[in-house]
Write a protein that binds this ligand. Structure first.
Ligand code: TYD
Ligand code: MG
Length: 449
């Protein structure tokens, strides 16, 4: 088969040109041209005559085939996927190097193989021997997974067609390459081509495919999020490599909710699901000044995490603002509201806020816990009553008011489950940040010993 010629296309406006441009003649964007394979001309010439008109079908009458999902046997992963892998679907799992993507996907395939499914692991990054070393740590299920170590896209596609596995993992999408394109493996053009062609084979043969992708320093998958619109699910595996806890979230899911998240811990023999994450984090909470337990929601599941703050006099102008596990802009907003409406100005102090355990909380409900942790750190006073950690949740408005957040009942129930009786939250008597600070001060704030 003759190789199709390539064409350069602007990734912003789609303008095509036979040669590369630094600036797109179509839309004026700089550095947006990527090399792509030219579509085969056969499709165009086949379209002779007028196309027949189509008959629209009422949505209610559309037939939906019942899909039997493939459970991966990893409960947290299945939950995030919405109940297991869907045959023929393409799932992109992204995360920084060393986070545990290969460990998670090898484990999933191992469980599927043990359940009698046909699986295939395509490793482009590591040799078969390296993957075997990892599988030895994971146990016998993982060792029964068949592997090919290959980076040439044509060879991988041919293998998929010949083997027809129920589920396959491609680790990673950035190292496979189509030799018809001159771009380096991992370039936008290559990644898009690789994913597109894998998708066609996967849909045709009903292969559930997990594409592993590295995120860049900026946090995007393979450059300008080129794959997100193409695949059915985008999962993000997050956490800090040095810490043991990792969270898996769905950023996009055509077959389930994007509100689910799973918590894992990296141990010597692989990733272990953390089902009682709240218990862990509460027992580890320090109860010292600057520590507040946040009743957060991880998807549909309540999760208690410890928010820690440290406030120290600064020599720097502007002083340091360091945020780990919470958004920097969120921290800036909380600091501004604290100064303007809470009477606590930290303009000449370094401020550090972090979520213990390396978990990330990305929800407005974290505002109040951050504010109370900062207030407690600034005053050097322990926030909780009777040696118990103080728990809180709620969003801060720009005018200093406390705003209600979703799932208040579930958050409260989770706190109660772990014996946290005092939960500061938006309510009848606490409608502003100032009232919340006063309530905490009246009931508990005692100078640190
Ligand atoms: P890996 O799955 O290779 O990460 P990724 O594919 O995302 O780059 O694993 C990452 C780290 O996990 C690696 O540094 C070693 C560690 N690890 C464990 O601590 N325990 C284990 O059982 C395994 C397999 C790996
Ligand atoms: Mg890997």
């Amino acid at each position: 088969m003759a190789r199709s010629a390539t064409v350069y296309a602007c990734s912003t406006c789609g303008h095509e040109s036979p040669k590369w441009h630094g600036r797109c003649p179509g839309c004026g964007e700089w550095n947006s041209f990527v090399e792509e394979a030219r579509a085969a001309p056969a499709a165009a010439s086949r379209r002779s005559g007028r196309p027949a008109s189509l008959r629209p079908v009422r949505l209610a009458d559309v037939e939906t085939p019942r899909v039997d999902r493939l459970p991966t046997g990893i409960g947290e992963l299945d939950r995030v996927l919405g109940g297991g892998l869907v045959p023929g679907s393409l799932v992109l799992i992204g995360g920084s190097p060393g986070i545990g993507k290969s460990t998670l996907t090898t484990g999933a395939l191992g469980n599927l193989a043990a359940a009698g499914r046909k699986v295939l692991y395509v490793s482009g990054e590591e040799s078969a021997a390296q993957v075997k070393l990892r599988a030895e740590r994971l146990g016998s299920g993982a060792l029964s997974v068949p592997i090919v170590a290959e980076t040439d896209l044509e060879a991988v596609l041919a293998t998929l067609k010949a083997e027809r596995p129920d589920a396959c993992v491609i680790d990673s999408v950035q190292v496979l390459y189509d030799s018809a394109l001159s771009g380096a493996p991992g370039s936008v053009g290559q990644v898009r081509e690789v994913a597109g062609r894998v998708m066609r084979v996967a849909k045709e043969r009903g292969i559930a495919t997990l594409l592993v992708g590295h995120v860049t320093k900026e946090g995007s998958l393979a450059g300008p999020r080129v794959l997100e619109h193409l695949v059915d699910c985008v999962l993000s595996f997050e956490g800090e490599r040095e810490r043991t806890y990792r969270t898996l979230r769905a950023l996009k899911n055509r077959f389930g909710s994007t509100n689910e998240a799973g918590v894992f811990e990296m141990r010597d023999h692989g990733l272990v699901e953390v089902e009682d994450a709240s218990a862990r984090f509460v027992s580890e909470a320090t109860r010292a000044p600057g520590s507040v337990v946040l009743c957060a929601m991880e998807g549909s599941r309540p999760l208690l995490v410890e928010v820690q703050a440290l406030v120290a006099p600064s020599e720097l102008v502007p002083p340091r603002r360091v945020a780990n596990g919470v958004d920097r802009n969120r921290l800036a907003l909380v600091l501004a509201v604290l100064a303007r409406h809470g009477g606590i100005s930290l303009g000449s102090s370094d401020v550090f806020v972090s979520v213990a355990g390396g978990v990330r909380v990305d929800e407005p409900g974290a505002d109040l816990a951050i504010a109370l942790a900062l207030a407690s750190a600034a005053k050097g006073a322990t926030p909780g009553p009777d040696g118990l950690p103080l728990a809180a949740f709620g969003e801060l408005g720009l005018t200093g008011e406390l705003r209600h957040v979703a799932h208040a009942e579930r958050r409260l129930a989770e706190a109660a489950k772990f014996g946290l009786k005092t939960v500061v939250r938006p309510g009848e008597r606490t409608t502003t940040l100032r009232q919340a600070l006063r309530a905490v001060a009246a009931s508990a704030l005692s100078p640190a010993a």
